[in-house]
Design a binder for this molecule. Structure first.
Ligand code: COA
Length: 176
């Protein structure tokens, strides 16, 4: 069992192309199990690198979670730069040694605020049925879960932007 970190110890910050190497290293540190959970299937190092190098392509927002100054988790939101985007897809990855200490929860919270601030009305996340931790986090953030075969679709409907959601992003970025 792992102790939860104080939320103040987890810094969430937006990532840019300059962080590309860090992002690649983060994905390479995911073990077989976490890769399977993240990508809903097996992915080798080359596949991971291909994915990580294209992470900013087009219409993505990427945030990182830093603990003791090191990148430990990443959340991606794809599909947000269309005019008044109605739908976006999100995915989270936390490194094995840093799982279950509160990072995924913190990333979840930030990406919901960021989607809300950009008028996204529908966030979709996909995970394997057996991924009970992810399902728990999704439900905790009021997602509706839809099951199909081996996977579960979690759908969130953010509210319209509020002062609180804007402050969450601005204050979070300032800390980060
Ligand atoms: C799933 C994942 C993102 C969660 O992030 P995390 O940092 O490990 O999760 P957190 O520590 O923030 O929160 C875990 C929560 O799940 C609960 N939990 C832990 N193990 C659980 C389990 N087996 N079943 C149900 N709930 C569980 C914890 O009690 C905690 O709940 P709380 O916030 O209500 O106290 C992370 O484990 C991960 O990256 N896994 C591999 C990739 C993946 O599965 N990505 C999701 C698909 S996109």
């Amino acid at each position: 069992m792992r102790l939860k970190r104080n939320p103040q110890d987890i810094l969430i910050s937006r990532l840019y192309a300059a962080n590309q190497d860090n992002i690649c290293d983060h994905f390479l540190r995911l073990d077989v199990r976490s890769r399977r959970a993240r990508f809903c299937g097996a992915v080798n190092d080359n596949g991971i690198l291909d994915y990580a190098r294209n992470i900013f392509r087009g219409d993505s927002i990427v945030c990182g979670a830093f603990v003791d100054g090191r990148l430990r988790g990443v959340v991606e939101l794809h599909g947000v730069f269309q005019f008044w985007a109605s739908k976006a897809e999100a995915a989270i990855s936390v490194e094995p040694d840093s799982q279950n200490i509160g990072i995924g929860d913190a990333l979840f919270e930030r990406i919901i605020a960021m989607a809300q601030n950009r008028g996204v009305r529908n966030i979709q996340m996909m995970c394997l049925k057996e991924n009970s931790r992810m399902r728990h986090l999704a439900t905790k953030h009021h997602a509706l879960l839809r099951s199909n075969h081996d996977a579960v679709d979690a759908v969130l409907h953010p509210y319209w932007p509020t002062l609180a959601s804007v402050m969450k992003e601005v204050v979070g970025e300032t800390r980060g």
